[in-house]
Each structure stands twice: as structure tokens, then as C-alpha cells.
Write a protein that binds this ligand. Structure first.
Ligand SMILES: *Cc1c(COP(=O)(O)O)cnc(C)c1O
Length: 236
């Protein structure tokens, strides 16, 4: 059973790594400059164990309850070798909890969330790396993110939180035919942010369907779920 799952994940991971290598070659970039974050939401902790054996070093989750339980299930040695990213929408009452188990929170989109993460990190005596989630669409507020014009102000607010280190920007491409254009806009937002916070050079963009366009536009982090784990099981 788990042997079959191992073979399945090995094959799909290999295919995704080949896509990344090809896209990097086309863009004249080094594959080592692109961090693959495997989004394991809806899949069991046992899959995370298999992925780690296959060389995955970063995983991502998007629901607090599921993520916290799953990370707690990992054996401490395995946990120590993984970077855990939180990529989902946050409410300020949940953010404190996320700060107790995540290493990176990619979805910071308002000052209130930053302050809640700061308080949670203080309580847990931890530090977090964060990225600002940017809304590249504007017409679909349900997907979260701060508007490009508001990034500067949010970066300043994060700068007041000494437990948080701002690393860059993150976005989900708007639904539509041309993710490349959206990722170019994100690259511009990143450029402006780096003038304000020089070290904040992460660009988290690109998922199963658009990782090539994201790499072409300079993404440093990819968030890939279904292309590796398969289509997500129906949520019970
Ligand atoms: C689920 C999720 C992904 C992964 O999406 P796939 O299309 O399955 O690769 C990436 N980013 C976020 C924020 C997600 O919630």
C-alpha cells in the first residue's frame, strides 16, 4: 500500500522537477534558485513522510486546524528537516495558533494578521518568516491579498513586529488565460518592495498549472499541490 504510494509520489515529483528544470533552462535560471514547496493540504501526514524521503524539504498547508494536527503527527526528526509554510487565508483569531507550528506564513495580507502572528510567536517563543500576499486581481476579494498599492504600508507594519521577518511577496494568479501577465505585475511589486526592504526578495508564485510562467517571471518559490499529490480527495 505505502510502497505503491511511494512509487506514485516519486514519479509525479520527478515529473514536476523535470518541468522546473526545463522552465529554468528556458529562462536562463538555476534550478537551485527555485524552492519547491509541496502543498500537502487534504493529504495525510504519511504522505509528508514519503515526500521527505524523496528529498522534499518544504511543505505547505492552508487550513489551520488540519495543518496543526498534521505537523504535530510528524516525528520530531522529520519535522526538524522540513520547513513548514502556511499559505491559506488567516483570521486574526487563528493566526496566533499558526505561529506556534509554522516556520513561514506566506499569506499575510493585513496589519491585524501581522500583529496576531507577532503575539502568537511571542507566546511560543518563536520567530517566523513571512511574505505579503498580493491581490493581483482586485475583483475577487475572497481569495485574499492586499492590493499592490498597499504593500508599502503593510511592509512598514510588519517591520514593527520584531518576531516577524519579511521575506517577500506571494500571489495566486487570477483565474483567466494569462498568468504570465499577473506574474509580471507581481515581479514589479517585488521590485518596489526591495527598495523599501532590501532583503525581501522572495517571490512565491506558480502552482501546478502555471509554474512555467512563474519561473519565467522570476519566482523563487513554487507552491505545487495536485501535480505531485494527485487530485485532492473530497473534504469530509
Ligand atoms: C492549494 C494551493 C496551492 C496548490 O495548488 P495546486 O493547483 O494543487 O498546485 C498553491 N497555493 C495555495 C495558496 C493553495 O491554497
Amino acid at each position: 500500500m505505502s510502497g505503491a504510494r511511494q512509487e506514485e509520489l516519486a514519479a509525479s515529483l520527478r515529473a514536476v522537477r523535470e518541468r522546473i528544470d526545463a522552465a529554468c533552462a528556458a529562462a536562463g535560471r538555476a534550478p537551485a534558485d527555485v524552492q519547491l514547496v509541496v502543498i500537502t493540504k487534504y493529504f495525510p501526514a504519511s504522505d509528508i513522510g514519503i515526500l521527505a524521503e524523496l528529498g522534499v524539504t518544504a511543505i505547505g498547508e492552508n487550513k489551520d486546524q488540519e495543518a496543526g494536527a498534521k505537523v504535530a503527527e510528524l516525528d520530531p526528526d522529520l519535522r526538524g528537516r522540513l520547513t513548514v509554510h502556511f499559505v491559506g487565508q488567516l483570521q486574526s483569531n487563528k493566526a496566533g495558533h499558526v505561529a506556534a507550528y509554522a516556520d513561514v506564513v506566506q499569506s499575510v495580507d493585513r496589519g491585524k494578521i501581522a500583529r496576531a502572528l507577532q503575539r502568537g510567536a511571542e507566546r511560543a517563543d518563536r520567530r517566523l518568516e513571512v511574505t505579503i500576499q498580493v491581490d493581483l486581481d482586485g475583483s475577487d476579494p475572497g481569495r485574499g491579498g492586499t492590493l499592490p498599492d498597499e504593500v508599502e504600508q503593510l511592509a512598514a507594519q510588519i517591520g514593527e513586529c520584531d518576531r516577524l521577518r519579511l521575506r517577500g511577496v506571494m500571489a495566486v494568479a487570477p483565474r483567466g488565460p494569462d498568468p504570465a501577465q499577473a506574474f509580471e505585475r507581481l515581479a514589479e511589486v517585488s521590485h518596489r518592495l526591495r527598495e523599501q526592504v532590501p532583503g525581501a526578495d522572495w517571490i512565491s508564485a506558480g502552482m501546478s498549472g502555471d509554474l512555467e510562467q512563474a519561473i519565467a517571471a522570476g519566482a523563487t518559490h513554487l507552491r505545487v499541490g495536485s501535480a505531485i499529490l494527485g487530485s485532492r480527495p473530497v473534504r469530509r
